[in-house]
Design a protein around this ligand. Structure first.
Ligand SMILES: [Zn+2]
Length: 70
């Protein structure tokens, strides 16, 4: 059985490259019993977009419109 560390690793890896059949099977099995990792998988595309946008953005702490996040 996968632990959550391994499951989340596979979920993020699956964004970049197809998993092997065995990996997909074990991941699906883990997701069927683990709500936390299902949530992680749901959030993954958003997290990746946010991380990419954040890496790209040249954030200026002095910018007047930087008070959006509370
Ligand atoms: Zn899990």
């Amino acid at each position: 059985m996968l632990n959550c560390d391994r499951a989340t690793f596979l979920i993020s890896q699956a964004q970049d490259q197809p998993l092997s059949r065995a990996e997909r099977y074990r991941l699906a099995l883990h997701l069927s019993i683990c709500k936390a990792c299902r949530g992680f998988q749901t959030q993954m595309p958003f997290l990746r977009r946010a991380a990419r946008a954040f890496a790209k953005a040249d954030v200026d702490p002095q910018a007047p419109d930087s008070g959006e996040s509370k």
